[in-house]
Write a protein that binds this ligand. Structure first.
Ligand SMILES: [Zn+2]
Length: 105
């Protein structure tokens, strides 16, 4: 029996359609209290997501194939940048506060 680490394919439930991903982003945005102007998905080479100064978020389509926990981290990270533009203490504190709950997956 193979271990999870050697599996090439992700478990089925970890692959989500774009519209589900966007609704995950919106649910987190509501929870965090931010309102992204636009949520886009496109293939990105070097990062999982980016945030423009005018509030538009772009997520890497590769996130659709990542485990739920990883998606949540990427989503919360980018949404928090609408509140905190850097990765300082406040940012780290908020990341921990939002992602330490057991109910996120
Ligand atoms: Zn960042």
């Amino acid at each position: 029996m193979s271990t999870r680490r050697t599996q090439v394919l992700q478990p089925l439930e970890d692959i989500v359609p774009a519209r589900i991903f966007k609704s995950e982003v919106m649910a987190w945005a509501k929870r965090i209290g931010v309102a992204p102007k636009e949520i886009r998905l496109r293939l990105m080479k070097n990062k999982w997501a980016s945030c423009s100064s005018n509030g538009r978020l772009t997520f890497n389509t590769e996130l659709l194939n990542q485990p739920a926990r990883f998606r949540a981290e990427a989503i919360v990270h980018e949404l928090l940048h609408l509140k905190v533009p850097n990765h300082g203490r406040l940012f780290k504190h908020l990341m921990k506060a939002y992602l330490s709950h057991r109910d996120i997956i």
